[in-house]
Design a protein around this ligand. Structure first.
Ligand SMILES: Cc1cc2nc3c(=O)[nH]c(=O)nc-3n(C[C@H](O)[C@H](O)[C@H](O)COP(=O)(O)OP(=O)(O)OC[C@H]3O[C@@H](n4cnc5c(N)ncnc54)[C@H](O)[C@@H]3O)c2cc1C
Length: 456
């Protein structure tokens, strides 16, 4: 028996699993066997070892020690589906707070985590693909197991997730699969539109803007909901800046077509006014209530259910969003087409299953939905992780999501606005937009750098 009070030997010699404390008596019999280390039970058993030997036949086996805490003493499997904003944060917090005997497994079909906010900078040539991604396999350094495979079935009855090559059991499941982009739902998208929301599309946008010598650029929102309600507006402002710098803005028009009645409707009319003022100052033409119907590559037009078709030379589009297919067949979807969760705990109706980020649906006091945004995925992830930790440790889960969030509105030319508020406020979210400044732009840049370093 080697004393190892501070666990230094365990850390050096173990393979990362929870130690089993096994105490063998002088007669070779195991008198104590338990996972982890229970000081009270272990000391009592050791004391017993030094007691005077009793007459043969009268030795009582040491009682199995009572657990140190009321929680589970076995190692739990916590499976996180999706290594995007929410999944990454959840994995990090779980690993930080739980002993190594509990497995934290993160599964993603992509090899890399993508910091999606920076796609807009990529569209105007300010970032390369490598600058805004990190390999998820790097998480192994932190003790997070990574499986680079698609989830093809979520079986909540058997508590198992299936991939093409394996079954992964879980005790707790966090679904953080985001929103799936579905450009194929729009006829003509492939032929005429460039996808503003993915790596490939934004590379093509940059190439097209480089070639652009004047004409009409359209930023089109094909459907709602879509992630980051500010992104199409930021895209139009960044395009405006790019064209000014290139010296072709006076030969160009920049338009936004969206089914919304105002920018960021969930944040209220004041926010909408603030953004429309910025757009008009930069001569960006805004077409709200453009209930998109079709793209016609033949004559380069887009059409809404009302009004005349609009001709555009360069079309940057936000494709329709839907819940990932694997979620659709899991029985987890609610009537909204997304996963319904408790707005404070992020728990679903299925035991041990949480859903965070874009894949869930949270209805606000004003009847609108909480926007799909990384900031909410981030905070929700922390809450779900803390509640799982509490449950494992036998404590009363106390963490609660409060609906608070913030975002930067990138305006181009080194300036950004900043908005922050409480989306759970009643009867309406209380969100405030601060005037554009240079420091706000640098705040956004610093946040990107922090994000890509901190979790990896
Ligand atoms: C252009 C753009 C700009 C944005 N700007 C901002 C911003 O400024 N501020 C902000 O707060 N938010 C912003 N967002 C939104 C933000 O990026 C998302 O809301 C956030 O990433 C959602 O996090 P998530 O974890 O729910 O999903 P995601 O981050 O989308 O992660 C989902 C993960 O699940 C994986 N996945 C999906 N299906 C499967 C499957 N079947 N099997 C295995 N893996 C799967 C995906 O590969 C992905 O890695 C922006 C988004 C875009 C596109």
């Amino acid at each position: 028996m080697i004393p190892d009070e501070d666990g230094a030997l365990f850390k050096q010699l173990s393979n990362g699993w929870v130690p089993y404390s096994i105490l063998v008596g002088p007669d070779g019999k195991v008198i104590l066997w338990e996972s982890e280390f229970n000081e009270t039970g272990f000391s009592a058993a050791v004391e017993k070892l030094y007691e005077e030997p009793e007459a043969p036949g009268e030795v009582e086996p040491a009682p199995r020690a009572a657990p140190r805490r009321a929680g589970r003493t076995w190692g739990a499997n916590i499976l996180i589906l999706g290594g995007g904003a929410g999944g990454l944060v959840a994995a990090y917090h779980l690993r930080k707070k739980l002993p190594k005997g509990h497995r934290i497994i993160l599964l993603d079909r992509e090899p890399n985590h993508l910091f999606q906010s920076s796609l807009l900078w990529r569209a105007v040539g300010l970032r390369s693909a490598g600058q805004i991604q990190r390999p998820l396999s790097d998480l192994a350094k932190k003790g997070i197991e990574f499986i680079n495979e698609p989830a093809v079935q979520i079986d909540t009855a058997s508590k198992v997730v299936r991939t093409p090559s394996q079954e992964v059991d879980y005790d707790f499941l966090i679904v953080a699969l985001g929103a799936e982009l579905a450009p194929e739902e729009v006829m003509g998208f492939e032929e005429m539109a460039l996808n503003l929301y993915d790596l490939e599309g934004t590379a093509k946008i940059h190439a097209a803007l480089n070639e652009f010598s004047g004409g009409k650029v359209g930023v089109l929102v094909t459907d709602i909901p879509f992630k980051c309600p500010a992104a199409p507006y930021e895209a139009a402002l960044l395009v405006d800046s790019f064209l000014r710098k290139k010296g072709v803005r006076d030969r160009s028009e920049v338009h936004i077509f969206t089914p919304e009645h105002q920018p960021m409707p969930v944040a209220g009319p004041a926010m909408g006014d603030a953004i429309t003022k910025v757009l008009s100052k930069r001569s960006i033409q805004y077409h709200p209530l453009f209930t998109f119907e079709w793209i016609s590559p033949g004559d380069h037009t887009i059409a809404s259910s009302t009004g005349e078709p609009e001709q555009v030379d360069l079309l940057l589009a936000v494709p329709p969003h839907r819940a990932p297919e694997v979620v659709s067949y899991s029985g987890l979807l609610g009537s909204s087409g997304w996963i319904h969760v408790d707005p404070h705990t992020l728990a679903t109706e299925n035991e041990g299953v949480y859903a965070i980020g874009d894949v869930n649906n949270i209805r606000l006091a004003n009847g609108k939905n909480l926007p799909m945004a990384g900031v909410f995925a981030h905070y929700e992830a922390k809450v779900a992780a803390e509640r799982i930790v509490a449950e494992i440790e036998g404590d009363q889960p106390g963490a609660s999501f409060n609906g608070k969030g913030f975002c930067w509105l990138e305006l181009g030319a080194g300036k950004a606005g900043f908005a922050a508020g409480n989306f759970y406020a009643e009867p309406e979210p209380a969100v405030r937009m601060y005037p554009p400044t240079r420091p706000a732009h640098w705040g956004k840049v610093a946040f990107e750098k922090w994000w890509l370093r901190h979790w990896f």
